[in-house]
Structures are given as C-alpha cells and as structure tokens.
Design a protein around this ligand. Structure first.
Ligand code: ATP
Length: 227
C-alpha cells in the first residue's frame, strides 16, 4: 500500500452468483487493511471467451448490488459490464487510477486466481501497477505460488499493523496475504445445489437467494463439460 495515499480495493469476479465467500472476503479485507472502500467488479465476458458465465451480466450485477446495498464501504462498479468488449484487469486498474489519481488502488484476488495469473493479459504490468491482496482459498496452499520466473521476496511482517504475510514483487509492488479465514464456498457449488433442488441458505446473502428463486437462475442443464 502506498505510504500516504488513501487505499481502496478492486475485487473482480464473475460472481455467478455472488456468495457469502465473496461477501465475507470483501468485509474481511476492508477491515484487515483498514480500507475506506472495496469496489466489486463483475466481469463482462464477451461471447468469444471460452469460459462463459451461466447467467447474464445484468443478473450477476443485480445480485452483487443487492447483496451489498446496505453495507458501508462496499460498492459495485458496472464498469466492466458496461464496456461490453474484452475487459482486462490491467486496463481497469489503470482507468480507476486515472479517474481517482489520489487513491492508491489495490487489487484483490483468490489464491487460486493468482496461481493462474500468467494466463492474464500482460500480467507482469498488472503486478507492477498495483499492490495485490491474496485471499486464502480452500484447496490452494496459503503460500503464494508465483508463475515460473516471477521472483517474490518475503518481507518482515513487523512493519504492518495487520496480521499476515507480505512479499515484494519485482516492480516494487507488494503481494499482501492477510491472515483471513478459509471459507469453502464457490459459485459452482451453489449453481449445482440450485440445479439439484438443494438449499443454498447460509451460502449466499438472502437478497441473492431471493433473486435466484425469482428469476429461476441455474435450473438449466449441468456443467459437467465446463472447465
Ligand atoms: P466458480 O465456482 O464459478 O469458479 P468462484 O466461487 O471462484 O466461481 P468467482 O466469481 O470466480 O467465484 O471469484 C471471484 C474472485 O473471488 C476470485 O479471485 C476467487 O478466487 C475469489 N473467491 C471466490 N470465492 C472465494 C472464497 N470462498 N474465498 C476466497 N476467495 C474467493
């Protein structure tokens, strides 16, 4: 995090649907790092991308928005969804920096996503553009697994007021791994439960549960063939 500038976090995802893992992580990160703001960023996914979300962008946006409507310090941005084209995290981060240059934006992602970061568009530039916060994920080791060739160096933890670990990235930015609880919830498991007529109470915010029922989401064919 920048020394003097106020920080805010961008938390991107498919959010198909937005679940209590996303919700708790947004709250935990905000509190652990004392951030004034966490901005949720539902991704658009243009039709030519292989891994398509199950539900339309408008539904995913509506569910995330309803879930955090009354939560202080957590908002939703429709920037990527509005763009309709290919949206890269790097471009998004740069746009947020441009729109609010006084804010030191940091980027939040699950440890599983970080493991795949070398497949992201110009990922080295993204890692040099902002600090990254890693969320612990069930089934993924807590220690960050950087892509081959990317050197990360552990820093002394005593310089931080939060509990966890911090690493220096090659461009001087930081990889922050706050000590957060592991919540074994995934969107895929929720879609599966809905499809199989099982309850999702307690796994998603009540607003999301209602929205899914009202719009009949996730009742279609299974996803066995999906990556
Ligand atoms: P799916 O099951 O469809 O792959 P997902 O549950 O991983 O979806 P995404 O919308 O893809 O949800 O996640 C957005 C970001 O939030 C990703 O970086 C992911 O790693 C992280 N994330 C999702 N669920 C959790 C969780 N329970 N704990 C920590 N991070 C999570």
């Amino acid at each position: 995090m920048g020394a003097n500038r106020p920080s805010a976090a961008l938390f991107g995802g498919t959010f198909d649907p937005f679940h209590n893992g996303h919700l708790r992580m947004a709250i935990e990160v905000r509190e652990a790092l004392s951030l004034p703001r966490v901005v949720l960023l539902p991704a658009h996914y243009p039709p030519h991308k292989p891994r398509q979300p199950v539900s339309e962008a408008r539904h995913r946006l509506a569910m995330a928005s309803a879930a955090v409507a009354r939560l202080p310090g957590i908002t939703v941005s429709d920037r990527e969804i509005r763009q309709e084209g290919l949206s890269y995290s790097l471009t998004t981060v740069r746009d947020f920096h441009r729109a609010e240059p006084g804010v030191d934006w940091i980027f939040v992602m699950g440890a599983d996503s970080f493991g795949e970061i070398s497949t992201w568009h110009r990922y080295e530039e993204l890692l040099a553009a902002c600090d990254i916060v890693l969320l612990p994920r069930h089934g993924t080791p807590r220690k960050p697994a950087p892509p081959l060739g990317l050197r990360i160096e552990k820093e002394e933890p005593h310089c931080y007021s939060w509990k966890g670990e911090s690493y220096r990235l090659p461009g001087g930015r930081r990889l922050l791994c706050p000590a957060l609880p592991i919540l074994d919830i995934s969107s895929r498991s929720i879609r599966e439960k809905v499809r199989n007529g099982k309850s999702i109470r307690g796994l998603v915010p009540p607003e999301v549960e209602e929205y899914i029922a009202e719009h009949g989401l996730y009742l279609g064919a299974g996803e066995e063939g999906r990556p």
